[in-house]
Write a protein that binds this ligand. Structure first.
Ligand code: ATP
Length: 431
């Protein structure tokens, strides 16, 4: 864990937010490499969940929302964590996360906790210049409600018929009592959620389907199956809206942690919004002459948390000819750069060909360009940030118009003509 956190900072993946002011606790900024990796995680999700399907459409709803939405969804009254304070040291804990409900993990005092209080996790702010109850708005604690309140809009404009889904990626905000474990739990984070609307009698079938499909997504992008599990919730764990939930969990260095929750939300949300808003949130099936309120299966994943799992799973060290090599074995789809062009020397004629090669690759893939230090060190630098292929331009290139393509994982090298390079890399990357 420490090694990965260290690499994240050293190589520009993740920085502590407001570091020059001493750091803003539990908030992180994504650096030049991190923004690429995070974007690739989100793009991979969108590709699987929207692009490669005919039954899911996208949405980007607003982050600020009026209290009515959260009253209807149940978040104003239910989205709370039980909070206890230690009378001895003043530390605040989530009661449901204490290893021993009597003992303060901060100071070790026994039996010093206050009565648990329910603490609402939503961030409240105000819209407009005048404070007051009428101006209260909330930062969304999940993206899901955007899909429910736009259900009728999407239905009317896209002519969908259940089973169909609405997918969204975006920021969510929760005033977590105990943020921590790097970017695993932060107060501002990104989610990738999809609401899949189905005829009520098909809900069980689709719940099973999405549990399987979501596990496959993680393993398909390189999470080892033995570090992933699907854990059904017990009855006492279920959220206020859920008729069944299973979590996709990853084996983090501190134990199993949730990456994604797949929930059978029944028609809870549509029913609540219909009641509170007066809108008609039913579907009329013309063929069967039937009107019904769809049930919803929701795979809800965290983009930032998932990025951390991909980083941890990819991190590897090995010894090569007596030297330590750190390598991020990221799936090519996730790797920040797909290739790096490395001229063997700074000589102008080598740089000219190198820029020509760069010009071939850049329009297709994020490509790094690095001219400094020895070639061995440059390979190691690319290994450490997960670049699948290094393309080296050497003096022979000037004669034979071919380059050396080095594979990150095997360190094997191929001589490839510049004319066939795009095709070669395309096939190797499989993108
Ligand atoms: P947890 O039990 O870890 O608090 P949750 O069950 O409340 O999570 P959901 O409401 O199901 O989480 O949200 C779906 C996904 O959003 C989670 O699986 C996780 O990946 C992500 N997520 C939720 N809260 C956070 C957070 N504070 N920081 C980062 N990601 C989060």
């Amino acid at each position: 864990m420490d090694k990965v956190v260290n690499l994240c900072k050293r190589r520009g993946f993740v920085y502590q937010s407001a570091e020059i002011y001493g750091g803003f606790r539990s908030a992180y900024d994504y650096g030049p490499l991190g923004v690429l990796l995070l974007r690739n995680v989100k793009d991979a999700w969108w590709r699987t969940m929207v692009q490669l399907r005919t039954d899911v459409v996208g949405l980007d709803a607003s982050i600020l929302s009026p209290p009515e939405v959260w009253e209807a969804s149940g978040h104003l009254s239910n989205f709370t964590d039980p909070l206890v304070d230690c009378r001895n040291c003043g530390a605040r804990h989530r009661e449901d996360q204490l290893e021993d409900p009597e003992v303060c993990p901060n100071c070790g005092a026994r039996g010093q906790f206050t009565e648990a209080r329910e603490f609402n996790l939503m961030f409240r702010t105000q819209a407009g210049p005048v404070a007051g109850a009428g101006a209260d708005v909330y930062l969304r604690p999940e993206t899901a409600q955007g899909m429910f309140i736009n259900f009728a809009n999407v239905l009317n404009t896209m002519r969908n018929k259940p089973p169909f889904g609405i997918a969204q990626i975006g920021k969510s905000f929760r005033n977590e009592i105990t943020p921590g474990n790097f970017i695993f739990r932060t107060r501002e984070f990104e989610q990738m959620e999809m609401e899949f609307f189905v005829p009520p009698d098909e809900a069980a079938k689709w719940f099973e389907y999405w549990c399987g499909a979501r596990v496959d997504w993680y393993t398909g992008l390189g999470i080892p199956p033995d570090k992933l599990r699907l854990r059904p919730h017990g009855a006492d764990e279920l959220s206020h809206y859920s008729a069944g939930t299973a979590d996709v969990e990853y084996l983090f260095p501190w134990g199993w942690g949730e990456l994604e929750g797949i929930a059978n939300r029944t028609d809870y949300d549509l029913a609540q919004h219909a009641r509170h808003s007066g809108a008609d949130l039913e579907f009329y099936d013309q063929q069967a002459d039937q009107r019904y309120r769809p049930h919803v299966i929701e795979p809800a994943a965290g983009a930032t948390r998932t990025m951390m799992a991909f980083l941890l799973a990819a991190y590897d060290t090995e010894e090569v000819r007596g030297e330590a090599r750190t390598v991020l074995r990221l799936h090519p789809r996730l790797a920040p750069y797909k290739a790096a062009v490395l001229p063997l020397s700074k000589k102008p004629d080598l740089q000219a060909v190198s820029e020509e090669v760069l010009g071939l690759l850049q329009p297709r893939w994020m490509t790094d360009y690095d001219v400094t230090q020895s070639i061995g060190r440059r390979y190691r630098r690319q290994d450490e940030i997960g670049t699948p292929y290094c393309v080296t331009v050497d003096f022979d290139t000037l004669e034979d118009r071919a380059v050396t393509v080095r594979d990150r994982d095997t360190m094997g090298q191929d001589r490839v003509p510049i004319d066939g390079l795009v095709e070669h890399l395309g096939a190797e990357l499989g993108l």
